[in-house]
Write a protein that binds this ligand. Sequence first.
Ligand code: XMP
Length: 305
Amino acid sequence: MVETEEFIAEAKAEIREAIGDANAVIALSGGVDSSVAATLAYEAVGDQLTPVYVDTGLMRKGETAEIRDTFDFMESLRVIEAQDRFFDRLEGVTDPEEKRHVIGEGFIDEFETVARDVDADYLVQGTIYPDRIESEGNIKSHHNVGGLPEVVDFEGIVEPVRDLYKDEVREVARELGLEEIISERMPFPGPGLAVRIVGEVTPEKAAVAREATHVVEEELAEYDPWQAFAAVLGKATGVKGDNRVHGWVVAVRSVESRDGMTARAQELDWSTLQRIQSRITGENENVARVVYDVTHKPPATIEYE
Ligand code: XMP
């Protein structure tokens, strides 16, 4: 598409002009927004850009391996294994905003280390238009590395996709030749599975949310949802084999949306819902029941925390 090609050429020129001969860092999350921003910037300035991917332990199934694979053309890519540090920080944290805050701080610490190491003067971010609107309205604390400029004295922040909507970012991703697992990937929140876990985040709950989300993404691909995932709500009683168990309650959520600002819960076939239920309870012995969330946004949000 000519318009998309033009956008790419202009974005790269703008990035080159902004960064010049300096060094830059970008937080690569695996989502389409940061992937597009990182690819544009890498194509513009090469290894002057250090893309940083932090495995928080709250990523989707197989995501870290996919990132290594997809972005292996970026020689400067750094993958940071920070799972233990994040679970330590999150111990005992139950308030949703505090969770976001703790995770945001964790990201900032990880990035600060790299930014100082590579002497980065610029921060590239994959902020898109709806992010800016939501942040201005202060609906939630949104950007994982939003506080980074207060810690590292950058000369500037470069946001090459700041005026695009999600569907436009996907268009650019396709034009850049990014693989479908990136360009067609559902949006995934910066704090990861933490906002799909009600209450304290533990490695066990994260594992349940990850496995269940994987089942939901697989089973609902044909419905082409904006986002579909599973959340861990709490514990309830169930029967497994001959025993009563106190197991996790998993909520399945599947929504249609254009930009995430409003959303509609999707109407799904009973047989699909039952297949999801049976896979999730079958594959996770500590899940006691599965429920389907029929709430639109508003009044609910898409994520749980
Ligand atoms: P909510 O749950 O507020 O989500 O209806 C709207 C859209 O934003 C994503 N989301 C986040 N993205 N950091 C992010 O980068 C966050 O803290 C965050 N919280 C929610 C969510 O997945 C949905 O697409």
